[in-house]
Design a protein around this ligand. Structure first.
Ligand code: PLP
Ligand code: COI
Length: 341
């Protein structure tokens, strides 16, 4: 298969249309067989549930070309089960987990020419999503849904790749106690747009959200969880019921403990202790691990000893090990890589 002629090394995190997408429709209480189609556009009624009341959930994952030339995805079973949790919370029908994985495999295979080559630094981002599609005007769940998967080749999420970024403590809250912060619902991102535009206008790359109940604890950013490294080289990540349970974070905690022999802790992280950490990173499918050099809280700066030039040594080791597993030159734990072709 011949690869598309794209400038792989200079891709940003942006949408590029690829050839095929997967679609399955839910009607009369059941999902149809699903199929790959060519048309990237969706026609729906003006009163569709997703348009009026934001009934939509999604996932984000990537396909990689390994050193020996295979195309793989990373732990797609976990994305499938997280989408079940998201759908249930928004009163949507569940798309069966094994069908989710199969739809991802079919879509990646059909777009194999867009999977960036090994060593290019780029990957194929995969976006499974589903939404209420029939007309809904009273506030209630839709009766009909569409599940889709599209792909798009991407480069780094933050401009500058793996250069440390500067983030600010947001005055806005991302998620309420007992709300929807722990699921991947479009509504969580809609309400974060004003906060991210404000952060960018003030010269910051991202927001650090605090817990909305007490505003004393670190939660996450708009699109990634936090990892901190203590001065005695322990890995600490915030525990919270209102953050998205990141698959990357869970994988990194495993890598830290089992590959690097580090102590790991998932616990409340108070903003007051952030100044005492040696390193900080944002982790997620899109972000991979993006190092944070500085956190600004209303003019007060916390500068991590790792600085603004390069990743700190422990975040670097985590990054190298995780990407080494994903690219197939470090042995993966059982079941982490799904070989597509
Ligand atoms: N937190 C939020 C709010 C996200 O949108 C994402 C991205 O998916 C993550 C964390 C990271 O999750 P994962 O590692 O599963 O991609
Ligand atoms: C991902 O990492 O896959 C996400 O969905 C984050 C998004 C903000 C791009």
């Amino acid at each position: 298969m011949e690869k598309k002629n794209l400038d792989w090394k200079n891709l940003g995190f942006a949408y590029i249309q690829t050839d095929k997408r997967y679609v399955s429709n839910y009607k009369d209480g059941k999902w149809d067989d699903g199929a790959l189609i060519d048309d990237p556009n969706i026609v729906m009624n003006e009163c569709a549930g997703v348009l009026q009341y934001a009934q939509t959930v999604f996932e984000g994952m990537k396909a990689y070309t390994t050193e020996d030339g295979h195309i793989v995805t990373f732990r797609p079973d976990l994305n499938a089960s997280r989408m079940v949790d998201s759908a249930k919370r928004l009163e949507m029908p569940v798309f069966p987990e094994e069908r989710f994985v199969d739809a991802v495999v079919q879509t990646v295979k059909a777009n194999a020419a867009y999977v960036p080559p090994y060593g290019s630094g780029a990957t194929l981002y995969i976006r499974p999503y589903m939404f209420g599609i029939n007309p809904v005007i009273g506030v209630k769940p839709a009766d009909e849904y569409q599940f889709r998967v599209f792909t798009t080749p991407v480069g780094p999420y933050f401009k500058g790749g793996v250069k440390p970024i500067t983030i600010c403590v947001s005055d806005f809250d991302r998620a309420a106690p007992h709300g929807t912060g722990h699921i991947k619902a479009g509504l969580n991102y809609a309400m974060s747009l004003h906060a991210i535009v404000t952060a960018h206008a003030n010269g910051f790359d991202e927001n650090m959200y605090l817990d909305s109940a007490t505003r004393t604890k670190v939660e996450e950013t708009g699109g990634a969880n936090f990892l901190f490294v203590t001065k005695d080289n322990k890995i600490v990540t915030p525990h919270s019921t209102t953050i998205l349970p990141s698959i990357t974070r869970r994988s990194l905690m495993y890598v830290a403990e089992h590959y690097l022999g580090l102590e790991v802790e998932e616990r409340d992280v108070y903003f007051d202790e952030v100044k005492d950490f040696a390193e900080c990173g944002l982790c997620g499918t899109a972000a991979v691990i993006s190092p944070v050099g500085k956190v600004v809280n209303h003019g007060e700066e916390i500068c991590f000893p790792s600085g603004m030039e390069k990743m700190g040594p422990t975040i670097q080791k985590l990054y190298d090990t995780l990407t080494g597993i994903q690219m197939g030159h470090i042995e993966a734990p059982e079941g982490w890589l799904k070989v597509i072709e």
